[in-house]
Design a protein around this ligand. Structure first.
Ligand code: ATP
Length: 325
């Protein structure tokens, strides 16, 4: 390969910038040219790209978001969109692509690279949801979880002062990873996850028991993707039965995506970016770089996408009830 392009796509995640920096500097170190693509796949279609040098990525390690911007691009799902993207890449002499994003991004990357195999593609798992097969951790998950923990600790102070019961919704449409970690880290009385059915009656019994056991406050964490119809409905159902607490609802929302990446995400982003370029130089394509048992591992994009059986840690699932008593 002689010239690679890098882009970020789908939801932004803290750690994307350290990863872009590692991609750019590793590639330049090896004598490759690097192009930055703005706004994910949209930038390929619009020819919104620029040459990057070592200074293009100065002072970005500490920045949340992504300096390349990201987008959800409908046109890239069409054959015409993909052909335009290919034409623009070829016109610039680009023969390799690093895409940082989630499963949608990888689906697009795999389709593209099957259609145009002369452009090598490596994927980097970047999503706060930590829901990709092939990497124990994805970029942004650690920072997002730390942000959630900081917010819940603050809510705990006011909950405690007023004997309040808080229902806190955290991000995770299909994954309870943030909810589970945050719940265990903050001592939540209950954690509602898409991965586990919890009957509301069961929740009510445990909240009543908490009050009986002289808990001055209670926090219930609800992942966005929980199947009970939303945090407000759950709070309403509980309010009918649990009278001893003043019940409040907080949705943490987009603050969970922002913020300076944690040390973990800076290191992970740097490792994965470095590994992605080395994989391309080694002639790899249609693979994802990931971290498993503290080693960098390559997984076929096809395998990463087809493995939907992503599991939360058994011990964390088992301890979430035991430790909250
Ligand atoms: P997150 O997990 O944060 O949502 P993601 O990468 O899964 O990130 P998506 O919006 O699902 O985010 O996908 C990102 C982009 O990938 C889409 O906007 C689209 O441009 C492209 N994409 C997704 N699915 C396909 C597909 N089937 N074919 C071509 N491109 C796709």
């Amino acid at each position: 390969i002689s010239k690679l392009a890098v882009l970020t796509s789908g939801g932004d995640a803290p750690g994307m910038n350290p990863c872009i920096r590692a991609v750019v500097r590793t590639a330049l170190y090896h004598g490759l040219q690097v192009t930055g693509v703005r706004q994910g796949y949209q930038g390929l279609i619009d020819n919104n790209m620029y040459d990057m040098n070592n200074r293009s990525v100065s002072n970005i390690l500490n920045l949340g978001g992504t300096i390349l911007k990201t987008a959800r691009c409908l046109a890239f799902r069409t054959d015409e969109g993909m052909e335009l993207a290919y034409k623009n890449l070829k016109a610039q002499g680009i023969d390799a692509l690093v895409v940082i994003g989630g499963d949608g991004t990888f689906t697009g990357a795999l389709r593209f690279s099957r259609k145009f195999p002369d452009i090598a593609v490596i994927g980097v798992p970047g999503t706060i949801d930590n829901d990709l097969y092939g990497s124990t951790y994805t970029l942004g998950f650690d920072t997002a979880t730390n942000t959630v923990i900081e917010a819940i600790d603050k809510i705990r102070d006011t909950a405690d002062a007023h004997d309040r019961l808080f229902f806190i919704e955290v991000m995770g449409r299909d994954s309870g990873a943030i909810a589970l970690r945050a719940g265990i880290s903050c001592g939540a009385e209950a954690i509602l996850l898409p991965e586990k059915e919890t009957a509301i009656e069961e929740l009510i019994v445990s909240l009543k028991a908490g009050h009986y056991n002289k808990k001055s406050s209670s926090i219930v964490i609800v992942a966005e993707g929980d199947k009970h119809g939303g945090v407000y409905d759950i709070a309403k159902a509980v309010e009918k039965e649990v009278k001893n607490y003043d019940i409040k609802v907080t949705i943490l929302g987009h603050l969970q995506r922002g913020g300076s990446p944690s040390s973990f995400d800076r290191i992970l982003g740097s490792r994965l970016g470095y590994a992605a370029v080395n994989a391309l130089i080694a002639g790899e394509s249609q693979k994802m770089v990931g971290l498993q048992a503290n080693h960098i591992v390559l997984t076929d994009l096809e395998e990463a996408l087809n493995q939907h059986e992503f599991k939360l840690e058994d011990d964390l699932m088992a301890m979430m009830e035991i430790l909250s008593i």
